[in-house]
Design a protein around this ligand. Sequence first.
Ligand code: ADP
Length: 195
Amino acid sequence: MKYYILFGPPGAGKGTQAVAMVEKYNLKHISTGEMLRAEIAAGTRLGLRAKGLIDAGSLVPDEVVEEMIETTFNANPQVNGFILDGFPRTMTQAEMLDRMLSRKGEDVTAVISLMIPDSLVKERIAHRAAIEGRADDASDETISNRISTYHKKTEPLIDYYRKKGKYFEIDGDGGPGEAGILAVRERLFELLDRL
Ligand code: ADP
């Protein structure tokens, strides 16, 4: 099984690129953010617990996402592997993932970072807010909180995976519009074919 981690700030295009990877390589896309939004929409207890935190741009507790991840791994034996999008987001989660995979005799295959500057993060989120209507995209304060949480808690994972020789970077800015998305996709496929 392949275990790819897609990495990058909010708005880097992880979800968009994951869709293309799923088709080409027969992978299962696991987006913890999407799963949490589905829980909120369904009004589950977990969703109720997560909503306030997400709307404020804070992280939900580690054990909540851990369980979602493990359940999804176990429910998808037919795929060639998984794309983790939005997980791990903290060192604790990275260590959790290592333990989870080593119990299966597996390991993280590669961590691929879509690199974009903070200025582009804000622009893309503002654009997405107009299209998708996500509550956590609507307020400047929430967006800033997510960007700073990313720099503080998530970026340290880069060093962790770099030391293991598993960290790769791609320029996530392919220019405007559909052509830009395709340009980034080409870079990503080129890397995946090489790994
Ligand atoms: P984005 O990448 O645009 O910030 P996501 O859809 O990945 O959005 O996540 C939305 C929100 O869901 C996060 O701001 C956070 O509150 C919560 N969340 C998602 N994944 C995790 C995680 N691994 N650990 C904790 N909270 C998470």
